[in-house]
Design a protein around this ligand. Structure first.
Ligand code: BES
Ligand code: ZN
Length: 957
């Protein structure tokens, strides 16, 4: 298991930045395995129905299960073999029987292929096309691996350990619970029966059909029999045996399950969940209850991903479902609502209509990511989720997709490790962002009608992107006045976005004499123009629109023009040479925009006037994200990009600040060792101080939802950039708490804990650290556990940190395996000096770490995390020495270790290219701030002047 992109961004929340989800473990691997082997099942046999009977043994010391499956199949062409998936289960070969119409077919031999996970039945004589049934008995292990049919546990308030058995099948683990045709397009119906103790409940995708009395053949366990499901993919099958309880709606068709001690934290999920399901019913025009008569959601104590959309039985990490008033943060609450929306969107996009193959995973995850925010927004209407979408998903997608190593949204994958690897930023965030782009260039009505048609056409089937384009095209044609230009073909456009990696940089070059603008496209690369040896011609169909100072068209998101893939450039005319233009209104197109220095200058100056608010808030976030990434990649000088951030002294909105904090996070890492670091801190602090002062560190009853998110990141940044008032306040609040008589009654508001704990711990002694560690051990609310774990790495004391790191790889630390990775990340993201502490720990303990995680894989991802923070040649050298010395033992981690060295080398060469420019700009800027006459406010008033005098006359810069 390795870190996901969510994890990597997520943990920074506490340390410094403001982002969306917190950590989840997402499997990923960058290595491609040998494609000469065929991982796909032959298509001679199709499953129709599975009858599965399971008996889990959940007693300490005996974590196994017995299974029995009858699969009705249709042989579609004559064959002498039937190939199924099975992995890590022990099939009793003697029990296997294949029949058709009461005739038994002799099996000459049965073979396992453990690489391909194939179980092959070879028949003495060929089977003719027709219906057959395959019967198999087997046993399996309820492992602690969080995949397949696995075990989890919790401790009751009286200290008793209780076990549960649960499932995680996506993408390729159903085969670890029962032999099956484990590919998403091979849909079948499932009839499931589970035996369990009378004091336990079994739940599954479908509702309970009936139950039995004690069965003496299995120590008087009882049986729960479930109704037969509609046609569905194997990866969506789920079942849980536990002693959990639930809260529900009146007719109990919508239930939320948790261990009984946590039952009172399920209320929010019951309420918001029903509202979101109703919204999705509405949007799709297809009633969820046509497929299943009930919806169960359940919080699982040990869970590998964040949540899983099993049809009718959605499983979650505890902190993504359980909400505890007063203890949970605003971010926790938002995550709960949006994760539910994500998984509920899958009930249509993924479950009703599944991808034909994992290559089209984005048809699941892209839509789920899109609805995660846009469906929640219909229920939680004041949360400003549209603004948050761009900074949480769209900007990170632009960043990830600007790497040479990116991949197309439609990516060929075959092996399990390749399949796991595409659960990434491209399939989630890029696809979600490209879907949002479609919504805007088609218009809401066509978009919705097209999606409804797609779902109707493909219901209970498996789709490709072409099915989607076709439905959208039909919907567009049916619309009486579509907004799409008639020369634009949806499939032609979309193929350029889903079949090639990367995205365009649109460059606007203005001719101030002729009042024309030439607009061209090229692929944007983070390492800079010309940094790639790739000779492929990357060109896109790009929807274009713009606003200008004279025509403030920031609400019109429909494209006014298109750059076609065959166009090198287009020319647009008719703008006043003395006024700015801004392209990509509300940043709905998936691309960056660069301008000539003059236009950038006009934008920067205008932002510093009181009229800055006229520029749409999403475009303000865009200007920051684009300019600083263009500079980072060498397309724009820092001396032009950094001035865009000057206006932040007057910015109060969340999205532009979130974009700025992301950009500053990079610079903060890179400049950590630089002579200009103090100037950097002074500059950022000077920008952040006004908003820091106005938000303060106290919650107000009048606070908007987003203000609470904003206050946390602003306070974290103010402290980090050296504000002594901030640091003193955090220390005071933590010490008050530490010395209070009742540690269960904290006066620190939940939303500020991450800031108070982290900043308060920096200079705190061991007993304060221990105090918080005790709070970690004492709470059984998962949201709070994660928050504390992520703060404990903020200490700057080497002994404390080493002790903490050691805990994370000790088997009796009481940190759940799903959470251990937060520890290492929380240490090295907390400060530049902690990077060295974490690195030394890794060097000194690599054997123990690999033993704890059962392999070297984790070392690889740890090295990469550290490498992204390497900023000195000494650090680089130490990294190289370690990898060289240990190359024989690194094994599977060697490739990622080598990539880590590359990452570190890139940092060093970036510094060689850009550090001097940045340091010079910062020095001048800081000198200007320090001048008695505050030139910052002069700039503002000059800007206001610019605006108030009839603007057309004054050329700026
Ligand atoms: N289908 C995924 C769960 C999943 C992730 C299965 C990776 C296999 C591998 C689920 O819908 C999902 O995307 N969950 C997210 C949570 C979310 C709100 C982004 C996750 O686990 O990170
Ligand atoms: Zn998903």
């Amino acid at each position: 298991m390795e870190y996901s992109w969510h994890l990597l961004v997520g943990l920074v929340v506490v340390a410094i930045s403001a982002v969306t989800s917190e950590s989840v473990n997402r499997r990923s691997s960058t290595s491609r395995v040998d494609n000469d082997v065929d991982y796909r099942l032959p298509n001679n046999t199709i499953p129709l129905h599975y009858d599965i009977r399971l008996v889990p043994f959940l007693e300490n010391g005996n974590f196994t299960f017995g299974g029995e499956v009858t699969i009705d199949v249709m042989v579609v062409e004559q064959t002498s073999t039937i190939v199924l998936h099975a992995y890590d289960i022990d099939i009793d070969n003697d029990t296997v029987v294949v029949t058709s119409d009461n005739v038994t077919y002799a099996i000459s031999n049965k073979t396992f292929n453990t690489d391909l996970h194939f179980y092959t039945l070879n028949f003495a004589t060929s089977l003719e096309p027709g219906n057959y049934s395959i019967y198999i008995e087997y046993v399996g292990i309820l492992s602690a691996s969080m995949e397949g049919f696995y075990r989890s546990y919790y401790t009751t308030s009286s200290g008793e350990t209780r076990w549960l058995a649960t499932t995680q099948f996506e993408p390729v683990y159903a085969r670890q619970a029962f032999p099956c045709f484990d590919e998403p397009a091979l849909k079948a119906r499932f009839t499931i029966s589970i035996a369990h103790w009378p004091n336990q409940t079994a739940i599954s995708n479908a509702a309970v059909a009936s139950t039995s009395g004690a069965d003496s053949t299995i120590e008087n366990r009882v049986w729960t029999y479930f109704e037969t499901t509609p046609l569905m993919s194997t990866y969506l099958v789920a079942f849980v045996v536990s002693d959990f309880e639930y809260q529900s709606n009146d007719d109990e068709s919508f239930r939320v399950w948790a261990r009984s001690d946590a039952l009172n934290t399920t209320t929010y999920a019951v309420t918001v969940g029903q509202e979101i399901l109703a919204d999705m019913n509405d949007f799709t025009g297809i009633d969820y209850n046509l497929s299943f008569s009930k919806m169960d959601q359940i919080a699982i104590p040990d869970f590998s991903a964040g949540a899983m959309e099993n049809w009718g039985l959605v499983t979650y990490r505890e902190r993504l479902l359980l909400y505890k008033d007063g203890v949970a943060t605003t971010r926790n609450k938002q995550n709960i609502a949006t994760v539910i929306a994500h998984e509920f969107a899958h009930q249509w996009f993924g479950n009703l209509v599944s991808p034909l193959w994992w290559k089209y995973l984005w048809l699941n995850e892209g839509f789920a990511t899109y609805f995660e925010y846009y469906s929640t927004a219909t229920v939680e209407t004041t949360w400003r989720l549209a603004e948050q979408f761009t900074v949480d998903y769209y900007h990170p997608a632009l960043l990830a997709d600007s790497l040479e190593t990116s991949h197309p949204i439609n990516e060929d994958v075959y092996s399990p490790s390749e399949i796991n690897a595409i659960f990434d930023t491209i399939s989630y965030s890029k696809a979600g962002s490209v879907i949002r782009m479609m919504q805007h260039f088609l218009g809401g009505p066509v978009f919705q009608a097209g999606l409804q048609l797609y779902l109707q056409n493909m219901a209970y089937g498996a789709a490709t992107p072409d099915d989607l384009w076709e439905a959208l095209t039909t919907a567009n044609t049916n619309m009486s006045s579509p907004i799409l230009h008639t020369h634009v073909d949806i499939k032609t456009v979309m193929d350029t976005w889903v079949n090639q990696k990367g995205y365009p940089l649109v460059t606007v070059t203005r001719n101030y004499t002729t009042a024309t603008q030439e607009i061209s496209q090229e692929r944007f690369l983070l390492k800079g123009r010309g940094s790639s040896n790739d000779t492929t011609e990357y060109k896109w169909w790009i929807p274009i629109n713009f606003a200008s100072q004279a025509n403030i068209a920031f609400t019109a998101t429909a494209p006014s023009d298109w750059i076609r893939s065959q166009d090198d450039s287009v020319v647009i005319s008719g703008f006043s040479p003395t006024q700015w233009v801004i392209y990509n209104v509300q940043q709905t197109g998936f691309y960056r925009v660069n301008y000539d220095d003059t236009n950038w200058g006009m934008i920067s100056s205008y932002l510093q006037t009181s009229a800055y608010i006229i520029i749409n808030v999403l475009n303000r976030a865009q200007l920051i994200d684009d300019s600083l990434n263009l500079a980072r990649a060498g397309y724009l000088n820092y001396s032009v990009a950094l001035p865009v951030t000057r206006y932040l002294t007057q910015e109060t909105s969340y999205a532009p600040w979130a974009a700025a904090f992301t950009a500053f996070t990079y610079l903060n890492t890179m400049l950590a060792n630089s002579t200009g670091y103090e100037d950097f801190k002074t500059y950022v602090l000077s920008r952040v101080t006004p908003i820091h002062e106005s938000l303060g560190h106290e919650e107000l009853s009048s606070d908007e939802h987003i203000t609470k998110l904003h206050r946390l990141s602003v306070n974290s940044w103010a402290c980090r950039m050296g504000s002594t008032t901030c640091r003193e306040k955090a220390e005071e609040l933590l010490l008050d708490y530490y010395s209070s008589s009742d540690p269960t009654d904290s006066t620190i508001s939940a939303d500020l804990k991450a800031w108070v704990y982290c900043e308060g711990l920096r200079n705190a002694n061991t007993s304060v650290w221990n105090f918080l560690w005790e709070r970690y051990l004492a709470t059984d609310f998962s949201g709070e556990q994660t928050l504390i774990l992520s703060s404990l790495g903020c200490s700057q004391d080497e002994d404390i940190l080493n002790n903490y790191l050691a805990l994370s790889i000790s088997t009796n630390s009481s940190i759940r395996s799903q959470d251990t990775s937060s520890v290492f990340t929380s240490v090295y993201t907390a400060s530049p000096s902690n990077v060295d502490v974490a690195f030394n720990f890794l060097v000194n303990n690599y054997e123990e770490i690999s033993e704890f995680y059962g392999g070297m894989n984790r070392i690889g991802s740890m090295l990469q995390g550290l490498a992204s923070r390497v900023v000195s040649s000494e650090q680089l050298q130490r990294l190289k020495d370690f990898v060289e010395e240990k190359q024989d033992v690194l094994g599977v981690a060697l490739t990622s270790a080598q990539q880590a060295i590359e990452l570190a080398e890139e940092n060093i060469s970036w510094l060689e290219n850009y550090e001097a420019d940045i340091v010079e700009w910062l020095a001048e800027e800081v000198a200007a701030i320090d001048e008695p006459q505050d030139s910052g406010s002069e700039r503002v008033s000059f800007g206001i002047l610019l605006m108030t005098i009839s603007i057309g006359v004054i050329g700026f810069i």
